[in-house]
Write a protein that binds this ligand. Structure first.
Ligand code: 4NP
Length: 190
């Protein structure tokens, strides 16, 4: 179920031939993030990566005492609708002080009205989101999580941990903490 063929340790780059060039956001792209506080995180199942991203981002916002944010997550697939995040993801998140209490839901076209940024975890998510988006304006809201990684970061997506071991969940949380911190700074114009 992984578009990047990269389940165990995430060390293989995705194969979709996207525009990734080893860099991250340009100054213009970074500026475009400013004030975009309604954020929807997307992954395939909405039980591992995107609810973790939601939890990480909410904790960064709360810690900073920032206001006006709306943060949610959803899945491309509908396999786990109504469920809490995968117990393994919740255990690893809890070790970092995060309680993941999101109930799985599937992304829908109207999400593009309700959110400013729709952030996919990997290239397959991004491709699928372009199918769901109801208009060209909606498509402009689609962003890849990798854009918020440090330039020095080897990864170009958040690897799906679902079929792997515990390390995969730690890797997801590490990548999301880095990415969400940079996302928050870009939104705040810092
Ligand atoms: P996620 O991981 O996209 O990070 O939530 C997955 C969870 C479940 C499945 C695939 C990926 N699944 O096929 O059920």
């Amino acid at each position: 179920m992984n578009g990047n063929e990269d389940i165990r340790d995430g060390r293989r780059r995705s194969s979709s031939g996207n525009a990734f060039s080893g860099g991250r956001m340009s100054p213009e792209e970074r500026l475009a993030m400013k004030g975009k506080k309604r954020i929807l995180f997307i992954c395939l199942g909405n039980i591992c990566r995107s609810p973790a991203a939601e939890g990480v981002m909410k904790s960064i916002v709360a810690e900073a005492g920032a206001h006006g944010y709306e943060i949610d997550s959803a899945g491309i697939g509908g396999y786990h609708i109504g469920q809490l995040p995968d117990p393994r993801m919740r255990v690893h998140a809890r070790r970092r002080g995060l309680e993941l209490d999101h109930y799985c839901r599937q992304v829908k076209a109207t999400d593009f009205d309700d959110f400013d940024l729709v952030i996919g975890m990997d290239d397959r998510n991004i491709r699928d989101l372009h199918v769901v988006a109801p208009s060209p304006e909606a498509e402009e809201k689609i962003v890849a999580m990798r854009q918020f990684f440090e330039k020095s970061n080897y990864y170009d997506h958040v690897p799906d941990p679902y079929y792997g071991e515990g390390d995969g969940f730690e890797l997801v949380l590490n990548l999301l903490e880095e990415g969400c911190r940079n996302l928050f700074n870009a939104i705040e114009g810092r």
